[in-house]
Design a protein around this ligand. Structure first.
Ligand SMILES: Cc1cc2nc3c(=O)[nH]c(=O)nc-3n(C[C@H](O)[C@H](O)[C@H](O)COP(=O)(O)O)c2cc1C
Length: 178
């Protein structure tokens, strides 16, 4: 599968098959996340594979956005001390968040190649997430990506809004869609 095929095939999935994801595939996704760029090549990004059923159950209790039955998830988070030391406030408050999004995007595209699907998740308690996963105070959790095998009968639940497809050309307001 080409990268373009994977990008255009990706959709958010919230219904998964009732089977675990192989650890080797989760490691591949985590490595894909760490291949994403980081501002100033500052090593502030942290990636955690979560596939323990009891831990997933605990996360679901503090995450209203974890609507699915996904059996695994990957957390992208930032060591704020490393980010601030390397790039100052810009690194801590801006670049690291952008980089976490890039890492999550890598996961979502690589997942397609592996026959998997994903759902970005930001609706959760920061305090609760850090407590469940033993994440220290100097870190900020940025995004959780649910991962699983998509249920073949229920591919997606939300249709993309047309305004989400606008592309401008050279000037704001000049759309290639017209
Ligand atoms: C930063 C961010 C946070 C999101 N948080 C959640 C979430 O907590 N729960 C959820 O079910 N979907 C979440 N989503 C998924 C969006 O709802 C989804 O991307 C959007 O509906 C567009 O659908 P598509 O990804 O299939 O194009 C999130 C997406 C992004 C980018």
């Amino acid at each position: 599968m080409s990268a373009l095929d994977a990008i255009f095939k990706r959709v958010t999935v919230r219904h998964y098959e009732d089977k675990p994801v192989e650890f080797s595939k989760l490691v591949t996704l985590a490595r894909a996340a760490q291949k994403a760029p980081t501002g100033g090549n500052t090593p502030y990004r942290r990636v955690m594979i979560i596939d323990d059923p009891d831990t997933i159950a605990m996360i679901k209790k503090i995450a209203p956005g974890y609507l699915s039955n996904a059996p695994a998830a990957i957390l992208i988070y930032t060591d704020l001390e490393v980010a601030e030391k390397g790039l100052g406030r810009l690194g801590r408050d801006v670049c690291s968040l952008i980089d976490s999004g890039a890492a999550a995007a890598n996961i979502s595209i690589a997942a397609i190649e592996l026959g998997l699907a994903t759902c970005f998740t930001k609706s959760y308690s920061e305090v609760g997430m850090k407590k469940v996963l033993d994440i220290p105070d100097n870190c900020r959790t940025d995004l959780l990506v649910q991962v699983g095998y998509p249920h073949p009968g229920r591919p997606r639940s939300i249709k993309k809004k047309p305004e989400g497809n606008i592309i401008y050309h050279n000037r704001h307001g000049v759309s290639i869609n017209d």
